[in-house]
Design a protein around this ligand. Structure first.
Ligand code: SF4
Length: 310
């Protein structure tokens, strides 16, 4: 691959500082190209906890870099764009969660990783879209499970459990914007294509899906499938990796508007500046970090390759 001078300069700076660049699948193509590690929220979390590097540059949105900082107090986590938030994470405040817990005192609180450290600190266990079913399955004797903040993920998970799931009514605006009409129209245009969707999509869209899974699961599904065409129902950034892994396959975005604005804030220039000047360090109150860590550790303990966060 031919890298640009700026990409090469960033790689040189990362090596000089003994830092690594963690990149989410929804980031811009030119950033994915220079990732030391590319992954979904769960994989990035695990990589942050396992790496020997003392400096982590996190190209993603804020809650992701914050999760790395929760897991790695002995490492310096830099976020190139501190203003890159997640509108889904912003759909619940600590006060709202405290009130919901008062209203449902016996409920176990399962919090999607797309949440702030404050929300994680008030929760029992974390989950991602890759492991939500395992997390719910690990909870014994729960009368009720309060799943926050993504209502669509909660409703999707509820289909596979007898536990009573109480969904918080937050949504990811990117996935929520995909309509069943758009999916039907794409299916009509591409009758041989399988439709794959992320569980953050609305239930009416998921009903049309041939496969529902996290970004990592969608990548695996397309790679293993012997079908040729896929309509992809998640943020368009995933197509960079999907195309690379599947040169002969036809990958069609379910809609052109599946673009997360804040995921695209981060540019190569931002990454260069942050590593050059060692700025935008993610910091956390220690008490809050420890409470949020407990929530994340319980989830990671269920992962296939358990890590040892401090
Ligand atoms: S795609 Fe949705 S859930 Fe992911 S960062 Fe963007 S707004 Fe948040």
């Amino acid at each position: 691959m031919n890298l640009s001078p700026l990409q090469k300069e960033i790689i040189a700076l990362l090596r000089e500082r003994k830092a690594i660049l963690l990149v989410h699948y929804y980031q811009r193509r030119e950033i994915q190209e220079i990732a030391d590690f590319l992954g979904d929220s769960l994989a990035l979390c695990m990589e942050a906890a396992q790496t020997d590097a003392k400096i982590i540059v996190f190209a993603g949105v804020h809650f992701m870099a914050e999760s790395a900082a929760i897991l790695c107090p002995d490492k310096t986590v830099l976020i190139p764009r501190p203003d890159a938030g997640c509108p889904l994470a912003d759909t619940i405040t600590p006060e709202q969660l405290k009130k919901a817990k008062e209203d449902h005192p016996e409920a176990t609180v399962v919090t999607y990783i797309n949440s702030t450290a404050e929300i994680k600190a008030l929760s029992d266990i974390c989950c991602t879209s890759a492991n939500a079913l395992d997390v719910i399955g690990s909870i014994r004797n729960a009368k009720e499970i309060l799943m926050v903040p993504d209502g669509n993920l909660a409703r999707y998970t509820a289909r596979f459990t007898d536990s009573k799931i109480l969904p918080w009514e937050g949504v990811c605006p990117v996935h929520q914007a995909l309509t069943p009409e758009e999916v039907r129209s794409r299916k009509t245009e591409h009758p041989d294509a399988l439709f794959i969707a992320h569980p953050e999509c609305r239930p009416e869209v998921l009903q049309l899906a041939d496969f529902v899974g996290s970004t990592a699961a969608m990548l695996k599904f397309v790679h293993r499938s012997n079908r040729k065409s896929f309509i992809v129902g998640t943020e368009s950034g995933i197509l960079v990796r999907m195309e690379k892994e599947n040169p002969g396959k036809i990958l069609i975005p379910a809609a052109e508007h599946l673009i997360c604005e804040t995921m695209k804030y981060t540019t190569l220039e931002d990454i260069h500046a942050v590593i050059k000047d060692m700025k935008h360090v993610v910091t956390l109150d220690e008490q809050k970090r420890l409470r949020a860590l407990s929530c994340l550790k319980k989830m990671l303990a269920l992962s296939e390759a358990p890590v040892q966060p401090r």
